[in-house]
Write a protein that binds this ligand. Structure first.
Ligand SMILES: Cc1ncc(C[n+]2csc(CCOP(=O)(O)OP(=O)(O)O)c2C)c(N)n1
Ligand code: SF4
Ligand code: SF4
Ligand code: SF4
Length: 598
């Protein structure tokens, strides 16, 4: 019987690869584009898979399991590696025990991220070999290979992928799971305790490991030259390779599977047969710079953008500019859907989102609102335009403190409000809260809103440490108690769907001197599939003031009713989930639940 084949996304393929390789422990923190990898891994009962409270903890869980002798993996989005960087930079010095893989998902073009960092640079900085798969088959194969390299050379390995690969699907050949050797944890203080004097030797050993892997890279088939002839050798890797093949598959190409360390000897030998070398890579000139460091003359970023994805059109344009192809030699012209033919739609809160009334209240409060990362980041957009800053997860707490100190120094007493979700609270908010409590002038006026929607909504509705029954019944932590135990005295929990009470509670908190904390308590409408009887507008009562429309709820729009001259508000009953906020903000009681009027 032939091998089983399946169409898998990059994320699914990596989960499958880890399973087939005998992987045992995986820890992650949700974030696009890697989040579905761990969701998929949870399907394999042989593998322990958890979403940890943040990326640093996820990395540490995987480090512990690897030290204990099992094949382990940590996965996270590109910016997550920043959070995990401290243990990572030290762990890379350790001679690893069980195979260790760090999967990181870069996001060229920032389709769902706050920045566009190129984690190949972090991988090199951390002295880790980096594999860069081009399709789902590569993704599965390289996951297995990474664990083998890790155990052979006693090093953690980075599997670096990009959003496009994570989410695109291609055919993968499946294999059975092969149990991997479970290594003993030996009592070996110099190996596992990274403090001087042991770190001195560890540094040399770490560099030696990279040298050995360099030698391996020169021989390995994952760095593959296709044997074509021409003037210019193209060097590329990852999904860009596939895009290039769509543009022109007849060009001489070296496809790199390992982008650090590079197979320098192999490249030097190859370059003898070519007049020019052109590197095609997304984001930073990583390969280009590495080649230049080794005195290999090449070009790259002269022709290809340093930001965004490189799709087939970008590659074609760059190749033409570099004089490698002329327009007619490119593979058949791609049919590109013009952006003019699609309707632009900005991101917005779902119907019945619990964040909506909070922003409606904050907009009216005129306070300066310091943002954080989650669905509630959308408060910076129309129709609210309320959030005035947005940097990184958990940053609201330190920033609001710094701002308060600075404004007070300038004699500016304007009210400051910060917002943070329950997911972000546990990810990196706790230390910020502790810092706010500690050393802060007790009269400094700060209001923090904890938007507790009982999930990590933005990344697909994963559990948080306080969301209770979703993963492990009875093991949830109370945000209210935690804050109380930290010594905060002014803490109120409020149901934001009781609009008037919530408005008064938040406005009073903003006015009170000192640090006030308001926890809003409504769950995410999408995660909990909330759907109550919808609301409808009585056009005869509606005075067209648009107050309801300004809540930005998608089912609401102004429309023309028969026999009524002026446009009046209306609600799409199929979309409305019956949260009642529009009815509560209407000044003339024109909105009511379907069937509630006699
Ligand atoms: C360091 C880092 N890790 C992960 C992410 C991906 N991410 C974006 S928002 C978010 C969590 C939001 O959860 P929460 O604070 O509960 O807000 P909600 O989306 O539920 O409103 C995550 C994990 C990120 N942006 N940065
Ligand atoms: S997913 Fe949940 S929190 Fe996010 S916008 Fe939708 S309802 Fe709001
Ligand atoms: S009741 Fe109003 S605000 Fe709530 S979901 Fe329906 S239309 Fe939106
Ligand atoms: S808030 Fe009330 S009166 Fe104003 S547009 Fe909406 S339904 Fe009409």
């Amino acid at each position: 019987m032939g091998k089983i084949k399946q169409v898998l996304s990059g994320n699914e393929a990596i989960a499958r690869g880890f399973y087939e390789a005998g992987g045992q422990v995986a820890a992650s923190y949700p974030g696009s584009p890697t989040v579905e990898m761990l969701d998929n891994l949870k399907k394999y009962p042989e593998v322990y898979a958890e979403f940890s409270t943040n990326e640093k903890v996820a990395l540490e869980v995987a480090i512990g399991a690897s030290m204990a002798g099992l094949r382990s993996m940590a996965s996270m989005k590109h910016v997550g590696v920043n959070i995990a960087m401290d243990p990572l930079m030290t762990f890379v010095q350790v001679k690893t025990n069980g195979g260790f893989l760090l999967m990181t998902g870069d996001d060229p073009g920032m389709s769902s991220s706050q920045n566009e960092q190129d984690n190949r640079i972090l991988g090199k900085f951390a002295n880790m070999p980096i594999l860069d798969p081009a399709d789902s088959q590569d993704a599965k194969d390289y996951t297995k290979l990474a664990l083998e390299i890790s155990e052979k050379y006693y090093t953690p390995v980075m599997l670096r992928i990009t959003s496009r690969l994570c989410h695109s699907r291609s055919i993968v050949e499946l294999e059975d799971r092969k149990e991997a050797q479970a290594f003993d944890f030996e009592d070996d203080i110099p190996r596992y305790c990274m403090l001087p004097p042991f770190t001195h030797r560890a540094q040399f050993e770490m560099k030696d490991r990279i040298k050995s892997i360099s030698a391996w890279a020169n021989e390995s088939k994952i760095n593959h030259f296709n044997g074509q002839k021409g003037d210019t050798l193209i060097i590329t890797s990852g999904i860009v390779y596939n895009n290039l093949m769509e543009v022109d598959s007849s060009l001489p190409v070296l496809k790199l599977g390992m982008v650090y360390p590079l197979p320098i000897e192999k490249i030097k030998n190859l370059t003898k047969d070519f007049k020019n070398i052109v590197v095609i890579e997304e984001m930073m000139p990583f390969i280009e710079d590495e080649l230049k460091l080794h005195n290999i003359d090449c070009k790259g970023k002269e022709y290809f953008s340093f930001t965004g994805e490189l799709n087939t059109e970008d590659i074609k344009k760059g190749l033409i500019e570099a004089g490698i192809i002329i327009e007619e030699t490119a593979n058949e012209k791609q049919e590109i859907i013009s952006s003019k033919e699609t309707v632009p739609r900005g991101p917005t809160f779902c119907a019945g989102c619990p964040h909506r009334p909070v922003y409606d209240i904050l907009k009216k409060s005129k306070a300066l609102v310091v943002g954080d990362i989650g669905c509630y980041s959308m408060g910076m957009m129309y129709p609210f335009d309320v959030l005035k800053t947005n940097i990184s997860m958990g940053a609201s707490l330190g920033m609001i403190k710094g701002m308060r100190i600075a404004f007070d120094k300038k004699g500016d007493k304007r009210p400051l409000v910060g917002v943070i979700g329950d997911g972000t609270f546990f990810h990196s908010g706790l230390a910020g809260f502790a810092n706010l409590r500690y050393q802060m002038d007790k009269d400094a006026n700060i209001t923090m809103l904890v938007l507790d929607n009982e999930t990590t909504a933005m990344t697909g509705g994963q559990a948080t440490a306080s969301s209770g029954s979703m993963d492990h019944v009875g093991q949830d932590i109370s945000i209210d108690k935690l804050l109380e135990d930290m010594g905060f005295e002014d803490i109120v929990r409020v149901d934001q769907f009781e609009y008037k009470t919530a408005k008064k509670t938040i406005e009073d908190a903003i006015k009170r001197p000192g640090i006030s904390i308001v926890i809003t308590s409504r769950p995410c409408a999408l995660r909990y599939k909330i759907k109550e009887t919808p609301f409808e507008v009585d056009p005869n009562k509606c005075i067209s003031c648009k107050t309801c429309i300004r809540t930005g709820c998608p089912p609401l729009r102004m429309k023309k009713y028969e026999g009524i001259e002026k446009e009046k508000s209306s609600i799409d009953l199929t979309q409305c989930v019956g949260c009642s906020i529009c009815a509560q903000v209407c000044p003339v009681d024109a909105i009511s639940r379907v069937g509630s009027r006699g």
